[in-house]
Design a protein around this ligand. Structure first.
Ligand code: DGL
Length: 267
């Protein structure tokens, strides 16, 4: 197939990466996409680096076998830990979510105090801190794992008393530090934007990596002459590693549109 017409591959540990897919579709509606959610093995955020790398490479091999033109690692945990291993395995552009989010934080902060929230594995890897400091070493980075946010979002509890209480418990210290920029360093957190911005000061800017990633992908496709243009409809394929029913119900809420072509696979 002509390189331009090949699909973009996106993987996540589960459902959360649909927030990234949503932005990709918004930015490039004509591009075909294949999404893989490793729902049988989610969450990645509590696992060892060795396990996250093994899972990420298996996901990569599956999507690569589908003749994708570009791979998006939508999962912050996988991006933090596995990106180098993935890039060594495939000969197509690979886009992670850490660098675009980190760059946006550097552009945004005025007082050079940036907060980063994510899964335990993402925070342990210090991927955002390293990426931010590689651009501007004078920026102070305050990192915090917020493990309860993922199950809250999976349950659909993205607003109301319980979500607010959990957000307060995690974030009030971060607020006291006086950060002016907060990186939502996990696929699920953009769904909690409302609650998070209510808890933080109004002046704190929330960075949603998904938006930044979509912009970066568009740029790569344009500069490497891989952009599809306007001919032909876009295909939307979905694969999961466990039963698809729950993925479809919760996923449609994440994506904001219907999920039709979905298949369960074994990696
Ligand atoms: N997708 C993961 C991330 O962005 C969150 C869920 C998980 O722990 O697997 O870090």
């Amino acid at each position: 197939m002509d390189n331009k017409y090949r699909p973009i591959g996106v993987f996540d540990s589960g459902i959360g990466g649909l927030t990234v897919l949503k932005e990709i579709i918004k930015e490039m509606p004509n591009e075909s996409t294949i999404y893989l959610g490793d729902t049988a093995r989610v969450p990645y955020g509590i696992r060892s680096p060795e396990t996250v790398i093994r899972y990420s490479l298996e996901n990569t091999h599956f999507l690569y076998s589908k003749d994708i033109k570009l791979l998006v690692v939508a999962c912050n945990t996988a991006s933090s830990i596995s990106l180098d291993s993935i890039r060594r395995t495939v000969s197509i552009p690979v886009v992670g979510v850490i660098e675009p989010g980190a760059k946006a934080a550097v552009r945004t902060t005025r007082n050079k105090r940036v907060g980063v929230i994510g899964t335990e594995a993402t925070i342990r890897s210090s991927s955002y801190e390293k990426s931010i400091k590689s651009v501007d070493r004078d920026i102070e980075v305050y990192q915090l794992p917020c493990p309860l946010f993922v199950p809250l979002v999976e349950e659909g509890w993205v607003e109301g008393e319980i979500a607010t209480m959990v957000a307060e418990k995690y974030l009030l210290d971060m607020k006291d530090i006086g950060i002016d920029t907060l990186v939502l360093g996990c696929t699920h957190y953009p769904l909690l934007k409302g609650v998070i911005s209510k808890v933080m000061d109004k002046e704190v800017t929330l960075i949603d990596s998904a938006v930044e990633v979509a912009k970066e992908i568009k740029e790569i496709l344009e500069t490497s002459d891989l952009k599809k243009g306007y001919q032909g409809g876009a295909l939307r394929e979905f694969y999961v590693t466990d039963l698809p029913e729950r993925f479809v119900i919760v996923g449609e809420r994440f994506l904001g549109s219907s999920i039709e072509h979905i298949e369960m696979i074994k990696l």
